[in-house]
Ligand binder design. Structure first.
Ligand code: BGC
Length: 335
């Protein structure tokens, strides 16, 4: 069995669980389900995969594979698992726009496929009655992060540093083409404007969801724009945390010097930053409920028995798990 190398390195306990689960599961004839992650180094996907593994105990034998950010590699993994007789596939596509290849492959074997986190095009899902997507609406998380910023500027008029009545912002964007990157970017700004503020973009930088890359880019942005920056909008928490590191190095978050920074996901380190007062807010990207819905849906699709599946299936293909706003008022509920 191929257990991804990066996951083995990063998450020893998680992988031990996977191996253990596999060994005992096959013994009792549970369905064998392939779990293909686009890149096992992605912090958020690690929490989703860990939850899927947790829910699978006693229900399915999970085979985990890392696409290492290569769609070609992931296509091969899909083909191999199908040839080996897997009962269902859970796929976090590398490139969501090419999900059609994987859908057609699953269809040839009449094996159900549950796409996660990276939403395939509707036409691709509609090709096959046993294809599903479990995710959420990025317009919602974008709007919520914008609302957090708007509430802050309402409560702190001095945050408009140059007093020009316009919020000058930096946008740290996830991977271009990812629905969450594109729509969170648009809807966060829209929410600030709808709250009655004028905005001006200073710079938008893609940092591919990655903390270290965001830190590096934010250091350059601070060097170029300095005190003109009035807030930082980030498409996820990892990049927000990278921005906070760069801001700390530039003297922020000490001696009363604050910068409003918002993210999305509500990961454990982000909640830690909220607690220490560096991250202004985030939005829960509900890994616990997504992981549960994903595994239960995959199992239901294998057995054909959906009676115990309590999440609504919309338009025959979609399961939506809502976001929630997380700020200093309520973050303890999510720790
Ligand atoms: C999450 C990011 C993650 C990305 C991976 C997004 O929904 O907010 O943290 O890196 O999915 O595809």
């Amino acid at each position: 069995m191929t257990i991804c190398h990066a996951l083995r390195r990063l998450l020893p306990a998680f992988c031990a669980l996977s191996l253990a689960c596999s060994a005992s599961a096959s013994a009792v004839g549970l369905p064998r389900i392939g779990l293909l992650v686009y890149n096992a180094e992605d912090a958020f996907m690690q929490t989703v995969c860990a939850r899927i593994q947790e829910v699978s105990l006693g229900l399915a034998d999970v085979v985990l594979m890392d696409g290492e950010n290569s769609q070609i590699m992931q296509n091969d993994q899909v083909d191999r698992l199908l040839r080996e007789g897997v009962d269902a596939l859970i796929i976090n596509p590398v490139d969501r726009t090419t999900a059609v290849y994987m859908t057609r492959a699953a269809m040839r074997y009449q094996v159900p496929v549950v796409f996660i986190n990276r939403e395939p095009l509707y036409e691709d899902l509609a090709l096959y009655e046993k294809s599903y997507y479990v995710g959420n609406d990025p317009r919602e998380s974008g709007t919520m992060s914008g609302e957090i910023i708007a509430a802050y500027f309402k409560a702190h008029p001095e945050a408009d540093r140059n007093g020009d009545g316009v919020i000058q912002y930096v946008m740290l964007k996830g991977e271009p083409g990812h629905q969450d990157a594109e729509l969170r970017t648009i809807y966060s700004v829209k929410a600030i404007e709808e709250a009655g503020f004028a905005v001006q973009i200073l710079v938008e930088e893609p940092a591919m969801w990655v903390r270290t890359l965001a830190q590096e880019k934010m250091s350059h942005i601070i060097a170029s724009y300095g005190d003109r920056i009035e807030c930082v909008l980030s498409n996820n928490d990892e990049m927000a945390l990278g921005a906070i590191e760069a801001l700390k190095a530039a003297g922020y978050f000490t001696a009363g010097k604050f910068m409003p920074v918002v993210g999305v996901d509500a990961t454990a380190p982000a909640l830690g930053a909220l607690k220490e007062g560096t991250l202004l807010g985030t939005v829960l990207n509900d890994a616990v409920n997504q992981g549960e819905a994903i595994m239960l849906l995959a199992v239901a699709a294998v057995t054909g028995d959906f009676t115990g599946f309590s999440y609504e299936i919309v338009d025959g293909h979609y399961v939506w798990v809502p976001y929630q706003m997380v700020t200093e008022e309520n973050y303890t509920q999510f720790e």
